[in-house]
Design a protein around this ligand. Structure first.
Ligand SMILES: [Zn+2]
Length: 354
């Protein structure tokens, strides 16, 4: 009899420990958002606000970063846990999970210099919203943003030469800076904070333009989009006007150039809709196109030589033709290289003209 009750006590104790384990596992700061049903835009926003508050106050809990969470990450779907998608800048002073005191499998993060939205960023955001099921998208700018500063300097005529891939990357920031200068009359260091906020709205605008699925998720209330600015010296996130993204959405909904087909492989729309990305880019790309065209024209003789070579009279003739074709191809390659260089120069010129 006494052995049975000892056995019962052991079973009860084991059950108690098991329950305790499962309760504490999901409760490392009481805020793991586990089920899709529980996840709402408002709750997600609240989690980010609370996390940033802890971070600013030096009370970060570093939640959900332990081995139990790793085990969950390896065995469960992130779509059941991650509660926000955040587009932020690559700047080393803006480590997204840290500033929101969030953990593993909490935030679907896209970081790119200047928190711009072009093709890859739009695709990543669509993934975060439609497949990881996050009910919140935060577009997060930050104080002292180098990308916005570089574009402002270029527009104001005291920029410097940029490496070949940078002008295309920061091109979407240009309208934000131009608008900021136009509407405030401010210049230099004074306009940069305005431009940083405007650039957040610009990214949201650019996203809505190219992503019908995001527009639908927002219209249905499943997803909320918010803008915010992170202060690199205080650690504080300033949340921008919450009704502004709805205004931007209404604006985009009235724009005939917006993309219409939500899913890949449905591209039956007019080039105008597809062309929005192109309009976001600057003239230097047209220069590059011209250069490519010139290279193609230069390559024409090579093609003709090849056509002639198709009907050779004898080996000698064939050899001579092959040599001529090789020479023409070489010339075409040189022309193409010169054209590429010309395009680069044009890009640089466009960059400093901005
Ligand atoms: Zn930045």
């Amino acid at each position: 009899m006494s052995t049975i009750s000892r056995k019962n006590i052991i079973i009860i104790a084991a059950l108690f420990l098991a329950v305790l384990f499962f309760v504490t596992m999901g409760d490392d700061n009481g805020s793991d958002v586990k089920t899709k049903d529980k996840r709402t835009p408002a709750l997600s926003l609240q989690l980010l606000k609370e996390g940033n508050e802890r971070f600013v106050n030096g009370e970060a809990l570093h939640p959900r970063t332990d081995t139990i969470r790793l085990e969950q990450a390896g065995s469960q779907s992130q779509g059941d846990h991650a509660f926000a998608t955040v587009l932020g800048c690559s700047d080393s002073r803006v480590p997204v999970e840290r500033i929101f005191d969030a953990g593993i499998m909490d935030i679907f993060v896209i970081r790119v210099a200047g928190n711009v939205v072009q093709g890859d960023e739009a695709g990543s955001i669509e993934y975060g919203l439609a497949h990881v099921n996050t009910p919140l998208l935060v577009v997060l700018g930050h104080t002292q943003c180098g990308a916005v500063t570089a574009v402002t300097n270029a527009i104001e005529g005291h920029g410097h030469a940029l490496e070949r891939n940078i002008p295309g990357l920061v091109a979407p920031i240009t309208p934000a800076v131009e608008k900021s200068i136009k509407y405030t009359g401010k210049h230099g260091a004074d306009v940069i904070p305005v431009a940083i906020e405007q650039n957040v709205w610009q990214s949201i605008h650019d996203l809505f333009m190219v992503s019908p699925s995001t527009r639908e998720l927002v219209k249905s209330g499943k997803v909320q989009v918010v803008g915010a600015i992170y202060d690199v010296s205080t650690g504080r996130v300033e949340w921008l006007k919450e009704d502004k993204p709805a205004e931007i959405l209404a604006e985009v909904e009235a724009d005939p150039a917006r993309a219409m087909e939500a899913m890949a492989g449905e591209h039956t729309e007019t080039p105008a809709a597809e062309g929005h990305m192109d309009t976001m880019k600057t003239e230097h790309q047209n220069d590059a196109k011209e250069a490519v065209h010139e290279a193609e024209v230069a390559a024409e003789p090579a093609k003709e030589e090849q056509a002639e070579a198709a009907a050779p009279a004898n080996i000698e003739e064939l050899k001579a033709l092959a040599e001529k074709a090789a020479e023409a191809a070489k010339n075409a390659a040189a022309a193409a290289e010169a054209a590429t260089r010309a395009a680069e120069e044009a890009a640089k010129a466009a960059g400093s003209a901005q």
